[in-house]
Design a protein around this ligand. Sequence first.
Ligand code: CDP
Ligand code: ZN
Length: 162
Amino acid sequence: MPSPFRVGLGHDTHRLEPGNGLVLGGVMIEHDRRAVGHSDADVLLHAITDAILGAAAIGDIGELFPDTDPANRGRDSADMLRVAAARVAEAGWRIENLDCVIFAQRPKILPHRAAIRQRVAEVLGIDTDAVWLKAKTGEGVGPIGRQEAIAAECVALLAQDS
Ligand code: CDP
Ligand code: ZN
């Protein structure tokens, strides 16, 4: 019998440049840098999108929303996540929980954790308790530590929706 549970992993990186804020988990955070990307460059929502799509084995974010398609330029990542979540639900899966990590030297993410968890849960229509978020600096080394990049990872657990 196939397993009633599936795990998925998502990872994403965006380049940083001087600017006026980051969108993380659908929440605008004041900062002296911005993330560069074809969409709104929400690295956390992109990692979450790939985690749930991977768990359901139905593609990845680049396949669903190619960056060659002008329709995806500046697109709201929450909108892409909603579409991905709908596909996951159509495939017969329910999101049990997400556990995420943001890799950023700055800004401090913890003060924004509650707002981000709430927003992600709202976009997915799941309990805030089912979304956890952590953050790590780059310890001052590498592209994360030098604030040249921001990254995020997410693991998602899906359960068969019977
Ligand atoms: O202490 P350790 O080296 O394990 O981790 P760190 O990268 O120095 O981060 C220490 C703590 O700061 C993390 O556990 C988070 O609680 C917080 N943090 C944060 O709020 N925002 C970041 N961008 C990075 C870390
Ligand atoms: Zn991305």
